[in-house]
Design a protein around this ligand. Structure first.
Ligand code: NAD
Length: 288
């Protein structure tokens, strides 16, 4: 397929490369020249604007920093420019309201669109092992699925438009809370004189079992290898976790949902991000 790919950053760069590897003709655009050079080296054809990349394509995939940029891209450069039988896939993490609004505007002009945010970081984007949670009609999902499969290990239809973003922010709010809980329990065990490795061995096989402890242990030299063993470099940046927690707060307010721990987690990550926004979110343990 001819696929326009907009946003070739940490995540989009690897995703576009995987689409090219799968045999698609990838028409890439990013504001960064460096990102364009890398995309070219990875088998993509590069363009000097999103409009040019989208012309004559069969699908558009975007992987951008926030909702305002996504809205601007689709309303200014894609809707009305890409052929209207093209399927539109936004994989960025953005607010639910913007995702629904952009999809509605696209639908008004005859386009099918899905929100398809991802779980998995840069390594999963490069390795083609992302999990996609997809919002849109059954028909739009069926058209998007084979494109997403070339970039991921799991593609799940979450529900109607916006449901992918809803799943993403709820998942990441849960992750933020469980990471803080894991960090507190590990530090408390240590302060009470229990060897943290013993605590890991016990709790990872008991009811404290969770992804933050078992698969992403936040203490260096304990449990599985994780960003903690690399000075909290790489992994999932605190600033990005904070972005998702802010989206969760906004969504909870709109929906009238009570998220006492989600709000507390946001405040805790707001503090951490002041000085350590670039560090992995599991570095929360270093503040305890
Ligand atoms: P990034 O900042 O590395 O990449 C964003 C890219 O978009 C940049 O290359 C930038 O130049 C480009 N860009 C910005 N505005 C543009 C425009 N108008 N037209 C074209 N290109 C434009 O960010 P990232 O880490 O790749 O994250 C992208 C999205 O994926 C975000 O929504 C993020 O929340 C989500 N996400 C990131 C991770 C992660 O671990 N990095 C994991 C899951 C989801």
């Amino acid at each position: 397929m001819k696929i326009a790919f907009i946003g070739l950053g940490n995540m989009g760069g690897g995703m576009a490369a995987n689409l090219a590897k799968a045999g698609h003709e990838v028409r890439a655009f990013d504001l960064s020249q460096e990102a364009l050079k890398t995309a070219e080296a990875n088998g993509c054809t590069t363009f000097s604007s999103a409009r040019d990349a989208a012309e004559d394509c069969e699908a558009v995939v975007s992987m951008l920093p926030n909702g305002a940029i996504v809205r601007d891209l689709y309303t200014s450069d894609i809707i009305g420019q890409a052929p209207n039988d093209a399927i539109l896939l936004d994989c960025s993490t953005i607010d639910v309201a913007t995702a629904k609004d952009v999809a509605n505007r696209a639908a008004d002009e005859g386009y099918a669109m899905v929100d398809a945010p991802v779980s998995g970081g840069i390594a999963a984007a490069n390795g083609g092992t992302l999990t996609f949670m997809v919002g849109g009609t059954e028909e739009a999902f069926k058209r998007a699925e084979p494109i997403l499969q070339a970039m991921g290990k799991a593609v799940i239809h979450a529900g109607d438009s916006g449901a992918g973003q809803t799943a993403k922010i709820c998942n990441n709010m849960l992750l933020a809370i469980s990471m803080i809980g894991t960090a507190e329990a590990m530090k408390m065990a240590e302060k009470l004189g229990l060897d943290p490795q013993k605590f890991y061995e016990i709790s990872s096989q008991s009811s404290g079992y969770c992804w933050s402890l078992n698969a992403y242990t936040p203490m260096p030299g304990v449990g599985v290898e994780s960003p903690a063993d690399n000075g909290y470099q790489g992994g999932f940046a605190t600033a990005l976790m904070l972005k998702d927690l802010r989206l969760a707060s906004e969504a909870a307010e709109t929906a009238g949902a009570s998220i006492a721990l989600g709000e507390h987690a946001r405040e805790i990550y707001e503090e951490l991000a002041k000085e350590h926004g670039h560090k992995d979110f599991s570095s929360i343990i270093t503040t305890l």
